[in-house]
Design a protein around this ligand. Structure first.
Ligand SMILES: [Zn+2]
Ligand SMILES: [Zn+2]
Length: 280
């Protein structure tokens, strides 16, 4: 026999709501992607009806049958069956399913009308404010976390009251470590000058002698000349005296990112940017 307790931890009630939302979301995605692959036009036309069917099926399979939503069942809580009379059950079903259907329907079929949008936004805002007020009341009293529960006067009860809620501390620790690591990376990554690191690594492995640019050579451009950096036809050709030609933007961009930019082909340092002399 199961022992019952009228005390239900707030966190369990709140988690149950979150679970319900997630379960519905997963089912909705599966259902809609299946219908989408069968016939996209049917989905576009009857989306509110599919949503209504899905919500009704979920409600009937959970609260209608077990007096507890799937999220509540996962956390071993359920509605007090004595409070959940037939009329309240019907009202619960209508309040769960109909507002979303009315909203979807209005959004899809009466979208162009100004007054519909006004009513929709007013209703949504009012419900949001009421939910927030109800949430504060729930935090204080620990009962009736949703507006529907409040309106119908429904309380939750815990099955297996002796059973403690298991908290996975290993998951929390792992999450904290990951978050810390991500934050560190987000601070550190923009501070690293990749161009400079790249140049240093390249310089370490390549046999190019530095300072090849002791004597300045003005390169000559022909039809086959490509930029030494982007290997494309040079735009606004410039050089740094090593005999290789660059686009102006390739050169200027690289020097802006890394003051010690070297020619990628010969390793000459870019002391001075010079414009390519125009051939006669
Ligand atoms: Zn270029
Ligand atoms: Zn060069």
């Amino acid at each position: 026999m199961t022992s019952k307790s009228s005390y239900v931890a707030r966190v369990n009630q709140f988690d149950a709501i979150q679970f319900d939302k997630d379960i519905l979301k997963i089912l909705r995605e599966q259902l809609f992607s299946t219908i989408q692959s069968l016939s996209p036009t049917i989905l576009a036309r009857f989306q509110p009806e599919f949503e209504l069917l899905l919500q009704s099926a979920v409600w009937l399979g959970s609260i209608g049958k077990q007096f507890a939503s799937f999220g509540q069942q996962l956390l071993l809580i359920c509605y007090d069956k004595d409070e959940l009379t037939r009329s309240r059950l019907c009202l619960h079903f209508l309040l769960t399913v109909l507002p979303k259907y009315a909203k979807d329907n209005a959004e899809q079929r009466l979208a162009g009308k100004e007054w519909v949008n006004t009513i929709l936004s007013w209703t949504e805002n009012t419900l949001l404010i009421l939910s927030v007020v109800n949430f504060f009341r729930f935090l204080k009293s620990g009962k009736k976390p949703t507006l529907i529960d409040f309106l119908l006067g429904l309380d939750y009860i815990t099955l297996h009251s002796s059973r403690r809620r298991d908290v996975g501390y290993s998951h929390i620790t792992r999450e904290l470590i990951w978050n810390g690591f991500m934050e560190l990376l987000m601070v550190m990554l923009p501070l690293i000058n990749y161009k400079k690191v790249q140049r240093n690594v390249k310089g370490f492995f390549s046999k190019h002698a530095e300072h090849v640019s002791s004597k300045s050579v003005a390169p000559v451009m022909d039809v086959h000349t490509v930029c030494a950096y982007c290997e494309d036809r040079p735009t606004l050709p410039h050089h740094i005296g090593c005999g290789h030609i660059f686009c102006y933007y390739c050169l200027e961009g690289n020097i802006m990112a890394d003051q010690g930019f070297l020619c990628p082909l010969c390793g000459a340092s870019a002391v001075k940017i010079m414009r390519l002399p125009v051939a006669d």
